[in-house]
Design a protein around this ligand. Structure first.
Ligand SMILES: Cc1cc2nc3c(=O)[nH]c(=O)nc-3n(C[C@H](O)[C@H](O)[C@H](O)COP(=O)(O)OP(=O)(O)OC[C@H]3O[C@@H](n4cnc5c(N)ncnc54)[C@H](O)[C@@H]3O)c2cc1C
Length: 392
């Protein structure tokens, strides 16, 4: 049996079951608009300017792109989205979408919000995980300095300890409340301290179950070896490993910095090398599924089919808690809902937060959903197929 035979992602009836005709047409119009690269780019920039100027555009954004890609402004507002996804057997991973903060009060506020997220998740059977960005808990420049190996001042040492304390508080609370925390990967020049802190927390909390998960960006040339070494170390030290596999979101920025600073780019030269490493990582993790919790986080159909195929091939329990496939809310419903329909553990990353705060996230979604970025034509085609099927 070929990979393609195991599951088809073409069933649009399953993919869009939860959308009314009106919602389907509205979302089709949104994706159609986003398919114009110039509109997606200038629209996002203009919105930021208009919001800054205090013009009342938040309402328009909220009713359009925000509602499509975000769960709500608050945890309570996310409940409806979580329930709708759960009705189709789809899990939610909450993601407080506030980015790039730089003062201690904001970092404390983000940590407190994560504690609230954990309490909220512990009361929702369909929210097994929350996500955490380390730049929400500490200053980017400080991580950078730690990675460079520069000597920290006494003040900076204290500041770094406060980051560790915030993270530990969040992980401990998750551990006590049967929730897991997935730590995002960001720019390669801050990733070393992020990996180190994450592994520290894993060693502390991943004893009976996986409480803490790291993220590996497989567009990086060194991540397959990194992953294998990290799992070997976890096995040696007797703790469970948790990993979210992604391709990576900062390719242009990574390459530009490497060029400007004249060091070899850490990113694969070609997409096929990146795809190769991603799929190798999926194989490696599933081979070790008893000790490694894997979240295959991608919109790539071939990688999702590989995940399914390996589970079927090895006759694993599709509902094993260490096997999860995840897409972003508002994208690739054809993958998520068809996976869930066939009994696999599938999830959506559900960002939430004030409209103004999640704007950088929305800008990235707008840009990656243009026809140039490629995701778009597939989404549009699926919406069209379903509209035709319903005779709309
Ligand atoms: C649930 C979820 C969580 C995520 N969390 C994170 C996170 O924590 N950190 C993060 O960085 N990203 C994260 N992402 C984004 C992710 O890294 C990708 O940018 C995005 O998902 C697109 O990749 P893909 O596998 O879905 O699709 P594809 O369309 O198959 O892959 C596109 C990706 O391939 C890579 N690529 C494209 N061209 C080349 C090339 N010429 N050479 C080398 N590589 C190339 C790039 O990474 C690009 O984003 C997350 C995505 C999801 C779905």
């Amino acid at each position: 049996m070929s990979i393609a035979d195991v599951i088809s992602f073409d069933n649009t009836e399953v993919a869009f079951k939860s959308k009314s005709d009106k919602e389907l047409k509205r979302d089709y119009r949104l994706f159609k608009l986003l398919s114009y690269p110039w509109l997606a780019r200038t629209g996002a920039k203009m919105t930021a300017v208009l919001l800054k100027a205090g013009l009342p555009v938040a309402g328009i954004i909220r009713k359009t792109i925000y509602e499509h890609f975000c769960g709500g402004e608050t945890l309570a507002e996310c409940q409806k989205t979580i329930d709708e996804l759960a009705a189709s057997g789809v899990y939610s991973i909450l993601d407080y979408g506030v980015e790039a903060k730089n003062n201690e009060a904001d970092f404390d506020h983000t940590a407190a919000e994560m504690i609230r997220e954990i309490d909220f998740a512990s009361e929702n059977d369909f929210v097994p995980l929350i996500s955490c960005k380390m730049t929400g808990l500490g200053r980017f420049e400080l991580y950078e300095k730690v990675q460079q190996g520069d000597r920290l001042t006494a003040e900076e040492e204290k500041e770094f300890n406060r980051i560790r304390e915030r993270l530990e508080k969040v992980c401990r609370h998750a551990s006590e409340n049967n929730v897991s925390v997935s730590i995002d990967a960001e720019e390669s020049w801050i990733q070393e301290p992020v990996d180190k802190l994450t592994h520290e927390m894993m060693e502390k909390f991943n004893r009976g179950r996986v409480v803490v998960m790291n993220t590996a960006q497989m567009y990086r040339k060194d991540r397959l070896d990194f992953l294998k070494d990290a799992v070997a170390e976890a096995l040696r030290k007797g703790y469970l490993y948790g990993i979210k596999l992604v391709r990576g979101a900062y390719m242009d920025k990574e390459r530009a910095r490497a060029r400007a600073m004249k060091y070899p780019s850490p990113i694969h030269e070609t997409k096929s090398e990146c795809d190769h490493d991603f799929d190798e990582a999926v194989r490696f993790c599933i081979d070790h599924y008893e000790k490694v919790y894997t979240c295959v986080a991608t919109h790539n159909e071939a990688s999702c089919k590989l995940f399914v195929n390996l589970i079927e091939d090895k006759k694993l329990d599709k509902q094993h808690p260490h096997l999860l496939c995840c897409q972003l809310y508002g994208m690739s419903d054809h993958i998520t809902f068809n996976l869930a329909e066939r009994g696999f553990r599938a999830a959506k990353y559900v960002p939430y937060g004030p409209v103004r705060e999640v704007l950088p996230y929305l800008t990235r979604r707008a840009e990656e959903n243009t026809s140039v970025a490629g995701q778009m034509s597939r989404e549009l085609q699926l919406y069209k197929t379903e509209m035709t099927r319903r005779g709309l």
